[in-house]
Design a protein around this ligand. Structure first.
Ligand code: UDP
Length: 243
């Protein structure tokens, strides 16, 4: 079966690559050239949101890279006989980018999460990635119309901007302010700061290997059940409606 470079599902074109190839062939060269880059790590919830909200759909479609974060997306691509090579978890991609930033001494900005998690995020990063430069950080509970946040971030001249505002806010913020920046790799990272700081532990490897990370998360955070329901709706549409 021919492997397509991009796999389109519900009008969203996912890059069909591995995490390693994404880093080596796309993101690291973009960082070296200081090219502005917008990454969406999309799970079934994000895809379902694009069906409900046309403006959000256009934002996701405007990203330079849409990556399959979520086993539901990978399974759906196999069902549609256009298999994606692998799942690329946003959290792992963020950690690999932090590693690269550490190696090259790049500047990183951390936007989002609760105030205490935001503080803890930069402490954790400073400890584990001592050679990258922390350009700044700000919690995620502000008005999206507040232009000062973006202006402050621009002044900090970051090479990488991790945006942990949850969906759809993180993609909306990036799309709204991308134009004012001259450079930067922008990536929505959802709850990754909570994971990095141990606030919400990641599933043990055993669960991840069994493709049950989503279920582990549901057990740890049962209030997320409504969101998991979206994953089932997504799978239903793929399986029975041939979307
Ligand atoms: N968050 C934020 N501002 C908001 C809403 C959420 O900074 O207005 C943060 C929240 O504290 C968490 C992250 O965004 O750190 C989103 O977490 P969630 O687990 O909902 O993300 P997911 O990965 O499921 O999108």
């Amino acid at each position: 079966m021919e492997l397509k470079k991009k796999v389109e599902m519900m009008d969203i074109a996912f890059l069909n690559t591995t995490k390693q190839a994404l880093l080596k062939d796309h993101l690291e060269p973009a960082l070296q050239k200081q090219e502005k880059t917008f990454i969406v790590t999309a799970n079934p919830e994000i895809v379902m949101k694009t069906r409900e909200d046309e403006e959000y759909k256009q934002i996701v479609q405007s990203a330079d890279y849409v990556i399959a974060d979520g086993i539901g997306i990978v399974k759906a691509s196999a069902i549609k006989k256009q298999p994606l090579q692998e799942r690329i978890p946003g959290f792992e991609l963020m950690v690999d980018l932090l590693d690269y930033a550490d190696e090259k001494g790049l500047r990183c900005y951390f936007l989002g999460a609760r105030e205490d998690v935001s503080e803890k995020t930069v402490q954790t990063v400073a400890k584990n990635f001592p050679d990258l430069v922390i350009a700044g950080h700000h919690h995620g509970f502000f008005d999206l119309d507040d232009e000062r946040i973006a202006a402050d971030i621009k002044r900090a001249q970051p090479d990488l901007i991790f945006v942990a505002l949850g969906l759809p806010r993180q993609e909306q913020w990036i799309a709204r302010y991308l134009d004012i920046f001259d450079k930067g790799l922008f990536m929505g990272v959802g709850g990754s700061f909570d994971t990095l700081t141990g606030e919400v532990p990641r599933a043990p490897k055993f669960w991840i290997d069994l493709n049950l990370e989503w279920f582990y998360r549901l057990l740890k955070q049962p209030f997320r059940w409504k969101r998991i329901l979206k994953v089932f709706t997504f799978m239903f549409l793929i399986l029975f409606k041939r979307e």
